[in-house]
Design a binder for this molecule. Structure first.
Ligand code: FAD
Length: 435
């Protein structure tokens, strides 16, 4: 029924393609107001001495917002940006704009859920409905073949049954028109400096300069899959460490929802039809299913994913030794493979999956440091930080997550022999070492 006015609250769905909340709003309303709130709590310094969201990740977010704003403008709409607390601003704006509903992405993790719940309560108290959309995963929550409390505890079980029994819904097109009217002023998207950061130096050793936004995400997908034709060898190269193309590097854009996994899925299927279908093309989907699994597992386990004992299989006794942690964080453990990876993270905001597994394992299993500290550093530093993928991967490596093997251990020496036998990766990040 047209005539309605709807506020669409963008969070980690910073895109126009396959954005169900936006599509539904445009179908139902004659006035749609896209809004993003920059929440200062995201940038505050934490007890461990670094910000919750560091400079690399913040820059990527700001770039993504600029890109969304310009795409919306191309569609004769706009993005209303405000700085403050969403639970205060969204209900206030909803009243001011006289909307009947707020549409937003549905959250699963604690901090995001608390804010979502407060927005919902305050809106509903004023007679404004809130409608939530599940839109971060490949499979829809309603389509997986279990109630969430019965989600299998191992990925393999999840994957096999989901592949057999669940469908992947088609990605939605960009709405034909976005009925925006410019009724209230918006703040400007802040600069990195206004959020308290200086511009991070562009390290020449970083293989890829990630630039946030849906257009960049689509460009990377085209480049990796079609132009460079790397998808057909993904399974063979994905454990490498050096260069732009050993893996897709889609993760930063997926994390902020600049691209949806369904869009990637459809592109892989098209590549399979038009070019080649093999183990590698399957494997990219397989990895996206890991991402789904962690999202669903977070919904099942709630706050346990952030706690030292994780999913609760055993009691962890780990040290809280700040000096050792700082050495690890700065890439100064004197274990060259670990230091090279930690320098890459420090100076570029990215690290390969192989690197992440190794540095996490060393922190927990060798240095015996509280793994939640490591996860907190990744949260600050990783451009692709995603709460469920990060914390559940950490819990997995720490031995308190969804790993069916309890004693998994990454022996650094044998990992180096296998993945960096000539030391090229270590040389790359350590030979021209920065202070
Ligand atoms: P590709 O190998 O090209 O994989 C394609 C996509 O599949 C990725 O973009 C990602 O969305 C998904 N994927 C691949 N592996 C995993 C995995 N193990 N878990 C979940 N999804 C996966 N990934 C994040 O997106 N955000 C995080 O905060 C994050 N933290 C991690 C922390 C630790 C300790 C570990 C071991 C892994 C973490 N990962 C995280 C998973 C993985 O390392 C990255 O997704 C991957 O390295 C990103 O590079 P890519 O896009 O080139 O991956």
């Amino acid at each position: 029924m047209k005539g309605k006015r709807i506020l669409v609250w963008f969070k980690t769905n910073l895109r126009l393609l396959d954005n169900e909340a936006l599509v539904a709003a445009c179908e139902k309303a004659s006035a749609v107001f896209p809004v993003y709130i920059i929440d200062d709590r995201m940038f505050q310094t934490q007890a461990l001495g670094f910000p919750k969201t560091g400079a690399f990740r913040t820059r990527f977010l700001l770039e993504s917002l600029h890109d969304l704003q310009s795409s919306l403008r191309q569609h004769e709409a706009g993005l209303l940006v405000f700085r403050g607390r969403p639970e205060e601003i969204i209900p206030r704006l909803a009243l001011e704009l006289k909307v009947s509903a707020v549409y937003a992405e549905r959250e699963v993790t604690d901090e995001e859920l608390r804010i979502q719940n407060q927005v919902e309560q305050r809106c509903e108290a004023k007679g404004i409905a809130m409608r939530l959309f599940w839109q971060h995963t490949l499979y829809h929550l309603e389509d997986i073949p279990w109630p969430i409390q019965h989600l299998p505890d191992t990925f393999t079980h999840f994957r096999k049954e989901a592949e057999q029994e669940a469908i992947i819904r088609p990605a939605l097109p960009i709405p034909v028109s976005i009925p925006f009217t410019n009724e209230i002023g918006s703040e400007a998207i802040p600069t990195l400096q206004q959020l308290g950061f200086s511009e991070p130096e562009q390290d020449p050793r970083a293989a890829i300069h990630f630039h946030g936004g849906e257009s960049q995400a689509l460009a990377r997908m085209k480049e990796y899959i079609w132009e460079k034709d790397r998808l057909k060898i993904y399974k063979e190269t994905r454990n490498e460490l050096l260069g732009a193309d050993y893996s897709s590097k889609f993760s930063p854009w997926l994390s902020l929802g600049c691209i949806s996994p369904k869009t990637i899925y459809e592109e892989v299927r098209r590549y399979e039809r038009e070019r080649v279908k093999n183990d590698s093309t399957y494997w990219l989907i397989f990895e996206l299913m890991w991402r789904d699994y962690f999202r669903f597992a977070a919904k099942k386990y709630g706050n346990r994913i952030f706690q030292l004992n994780g999913l609760g299989k055993k009691n962890m006794t780990l040290k809280e030794d700040r000096d050792t942690f700082e050495q690890w964080r700065q890439g100064e453990t004197n274990i060259p493979f670990i230091d090279a990876n930690m320098k890459e993270l420090l100076h570029s905001g990215f690290m390969s999956n192989r690197g992440r597994q190794n540095v996490a394992s060393v922190l927990v299993k060798d240095l015996k440091i509280n793994w939640t500290w490591g996860a907190a550093w990744f949260e600050s530093q990783l451009i692709d930080y995603d709460p469920t993928s990060n914390w559940l991967n950490w819990a997995y490596v720490a031995g308190v997550g969804n790993d069916p093997r309890e004693d998994r251990y990454f022996n650094t020496e044998s990992q180096v022999r296998k993945y960096d036998p000539h030391g090229h990766y270590m040389d790359h990040w350590l030979a021209t070492n920065k202070a």
